[in-house]
Ligand binder design. Structure first.
Ligand SMILES: Nc1nc2c([nH]c(=O)n2[C@H]2C[C@H](O)[C@@H](COP(=O)(O)OP(=O)(O)OP(=O)(O)O)O2)c(=O)[nH]1
Length: 129
């Protein structure tokens, strides 16, 4: 069995809207929408990971607010533990380094995007806050 990969992601508020990003055609889960983030590296805390990933992928700095409930999800060919944080934009110009697209969406409209499956419970929890 493959081992579970640990991934952090951030629900980033930017002028009262939430940032969602679309995976590129060449990534796993092509063209699915997700909260930006990535795999935890050895020796790194979850919070260090999410801040690093957001800067690497989007060129912005964020402030972490809260951790939401982690979700374990099995895709057909791999399994992840997705660890979500809420966050606020702090500084920097948004530059997409890896993703195909990004949108700022009103919280109530987030559900209309075609999300990576593992994100759905996270989205549900966030919408209930
Ligand atoms: N960053 C992020 N990844 C997510 C989310 N939901 C979800 O299922 N994932 C999956 C997609 C990826 O397989 C994995 C995150 O890894 P990554 O973004 O660092 O890796 P990657 O696309 O380069 O994947 P890989 O080809 O290296 O395996 O978690 C999410 O909301 N954010």
């Amino acid at each position: 069995m493959n081992k579970t990969i640990k991934v952090t992601c951030a629900i980033i508020l930017y002028d009262n809207e939430v940032l969602a990003v679309q995976r590129s055609e060449t990534m796993k889960l092509p063209l699915k929408w997700e909260f930006p983030g990535g795999k935890i590296e050895e020796g790194e805390t979850e919070v260090e990971c999410i801040k690093r990933e957001i800067f690497e992928e989007l060129n912005i700095k964020i402030e972490i607010k809260n951790q939401l409930t982690p979700v374990t999800h099995e895709y057909p060919d791999f399994k992840i533990k997705l660890i979500p944080f809420t966050a606020e934009y702090v500084s920097g110009e948004l530059i997409l380094k890896e993703h195909a697209n990004s949108v700022l969406v009103n919280k109530k409209k987030l559900i209309n995007l075609d999300w990576a499956e593992a994100d759905l419970p996270i989205l549900q929890e966030y919408l209930s806050l």
